[in-house]
Write a protein that binds this ligand. Structure first.
Ligand SMILES: Cc1cc2nc3c(=O)[nH]c(=O)nc-3n(C[C@H](O)[C@H](O)[C@H](O)COP(=O)(O)OP(=O)(O)OC[C@H]3O[C@@H](n4cnc5c(N)ncnc54)[C@H](O)[C@@H]3O)c2cc1C
Length: 533
């Protein structure tokens, strides 16, 4: 950013934002707006105050995920008669925890019996909540869901890259400290070499150097060097003690080239993302607690084991045809209006009576895939041996990361490690394996972090491949700029008597917050439409 005084009048904020938008597209503009405090992280303004539904008016909600259940809760408050049809035998959808004793059958027929000890769980889908997701936090409080901190960043966790440090994992703390130190030193050198003279006024150059010295823990020569100063952040070879051997011994920073090999810059940047900043939360006892709490609010309204196969909106009403899974019978449910929260990958395979525009929008959005593997370990050796309490260790192997439980810290084992959270092509490779093979592979790959302990302490595991999850057939909606432009508004618009809601109908994609915001917006517009009819 240019801090030099050019004598030209400074642009207004609006002009600056426009220029950034033209240069960098919508996502850059959004980031810039966020940093200038112009875009709230969530658009939540409190629960809606919908009132005055016409006597006897009814709404059919399809799907008892968070979007569907919130729609039902708020529409019932407004006076509508509400019924929910849900494929599963539980509320929550992608808000889901697997516990010991649960059975999970994926597409293709593989059945897994979860063998976790009491209280342990895997969150196959949603697992963390940013502090600024005000809607989900609001309803967690309102419905009595106890939350605890979710550890995203743990300086003591590890980073593994097969092409760096001979494949030996290193502490995030050391790598991140050295990254900052080296970048600060390079910037200071660039200033000294007059490389930034055209960018900075003389007094700003001095002030920046002063700041770089603090940021990178540079020595008096503006070098990032071995010493007690750099060790304050990266840790000591011998830590501070008591008595005769109390004096600390400094540690040796890594070479900059090794840091680049380890690609630590990308991992540092991940932790900086607005969605990953402190404080993050998780429900005590598993993410599924949220689905359960929402489910309690709509007790009696949900018809479970109801697989919707057709949606018709002729004759002044909406009729959903569904298979009652327990009996195999085909049945129908009818209402004046419909809020449909069925994920698009499934909805696109259902016969839907809607405008060509909406049908095109439903068909236009592909879904991402991801695989999560839960590995139960007999003891919490990562805590006992290495003082790792929660957080994430990263690897360049297909498992991408392992995450240590943020709950039950410092307790006796057993504990469940998230042993894989795959993205991109690796997800399809994992999804192509039998569940036991996914678990075995995750164990093999994750052992790089804790050799000697990982496999020895393993007790049992479970693996969920989202492309094989029968009630979503994928992870989350994958919009791009072109599909947003062509289809997003049509997807969200009320189509005669039907409105779609869910994470796919939001800009907070693949977050529970997006599902809830979409739901509140959809029902508000549907209510207006119903009152105007
Ligand atoms: C791997 C992964 C990680 C994630 N991580 C996070 C996270 O850390 N934090 C976060 O906030 N969010 C996260 N998310 C996203 C979050 O889970 C979703 O955005 C949110 O739960 C979606 O809610 P929804 O109501 O829109 O959809 P869903 O929860 O999918 O609800 C749709 C419902 O429709 C039902 N249904 C489907 N087909 C039919 C049918 N034919 N008939 C009747 N019912 C049907 C389904 O069973 C389901 O209950 C993650 C998701 C995944 C997959």
């Amino acid at each position: 950013m240019a801090l030099i005084d050019t004598g030209v009048q400074a642009p207004t904020r609006r002009e600056l934002l426009h220029a950034i938008g033209v240069m960098g597209g919508a996502s850059l503009l959004y980031q810039a707006m966020e940093s200038m405090g112009h875009a709230a992280e969530s658009q939540f303004k409190g629960p809606p105050n919908l009132q005055g539904a016409r006597p006897g008016a009814s709404v059919l909600v399809l799907g008892a995920g968070l979007a569907g259940m919130l729609a039902a809760i708020e529409l019932r408050k407004a006076g509508y008669k509400v019924e929910i049809l849900e494929y599963n035998n539980r509320p929550g959808g992608r808000n889901w925890s697997l516990y010991g004793g649960d059975t999970y059958t994926e597409l293709g027929g593989a059945v897994q019996q979860v063998g976790f000890a009491k209280g342990n769980y895997l969150n196959p889908g949603a697992w963390r909540i940013p502090y600024h997701h005000r809607t989900i936090l609001h309803y967690c409080k309102a419905f009595g869901v106890a939350l605890e901190p979710f550890m995203q960043l743990n300086h003591q966790a590890l980073v593994h890259n097969s092409k760096a440090f001979g494949g030996k994992p290193q502490r995030y703390r050391e790598l991140a400290a050295d990254w900052d130190g080296n970048v600060a030193e390079l910037l200071a050198k660039a200033i000294d070499n007059k490389g930034l003279d055209s960018e900075l006024r003389a007094e700003d150059r001095d002030r920046l150097k002063e700041a770089l010295r603090d940021w990178g823990l540079l020595d008096k020569n503006m070098r990032y060097s071995k010493g007690l100063r750099s060790s304050r952040r990266r840790g000591y070879d011998r830590p501070l003690g008591g008595g005769v051997d109390a004096e600390p011994i400094a540690s040796t920073p890594f070479a900059f080239g090794d840091l680049l090999d380890a690609r630590i810059g990308g991992i540092v940047a991940q932790h900086m993302e607005n969605q990953h900043q402190t404080t993050m939360f998780q429900p005590v006892g598993g993410m599924g607690m949220i689905g359960k709490a929402f489910g309690k609010q709509v007790e009696g309204l949900i018809r479970y084991g109801a697989k919707v196969t057709k949606i018709d909106q002729s004759g002044g009403a909406v009729t959903a045809t569904y298979t009652d899974i327990a009996s195999g019978e085909t049945r129908t449910a009818k209402a004046d209006y419909c809020v449909c929260t069925i994920p698009l990958g499934i909805l696109s395979q259902i016969e839907v009576d809607a405008s060509p525009g909406l049908l095109a929008a439903i068909a236009a959005v592909p879904y991402s895939n991801s695989v999560k593997v839960g590995l139960e370990m007999k003891t919490r050796f990562w805590e006992d041996d290495e003082a790792i309490y929660g957080g994430i260790s990263y690897t360049d192997q297909p498992i991408a990361q392992i995450s240590y439980p943020s709950g039950g810290l410092h307790s006796a084992g057993p504990g469940v490690i998230l042993g894989a959270y795959t993205f991109g092509p690796a997800s399809y490779k994992f999804a192509g394996m039998a569940p036991e093979e996914r678990v075995r592979t995750a164990l093999e790959m994750g052992a790089v972090f804790h050799p000697g302990r990982y496999k020895e302490q393993f007790s049992n595991g479970v693996a969920v491949a989202w492309s094989r999850v029968p009630f979503t057939l994928g992870c989350c909606a994958q919009w791009n700029e072109a599909t947003r432009k062509e289809h997003y508004q049509t997807l969200c618009a009320v189509d005669d008597r039907i409105v779609l809601a869910g994470e796919h109908a939001s800009y907070v994609g693949c977050w529970m917050e997006g599902a809830l915001l979409s739901s509140l917006d959809a029902i508000t517009r549907l209510h207006t439409r119903a009152l105007e009819a």
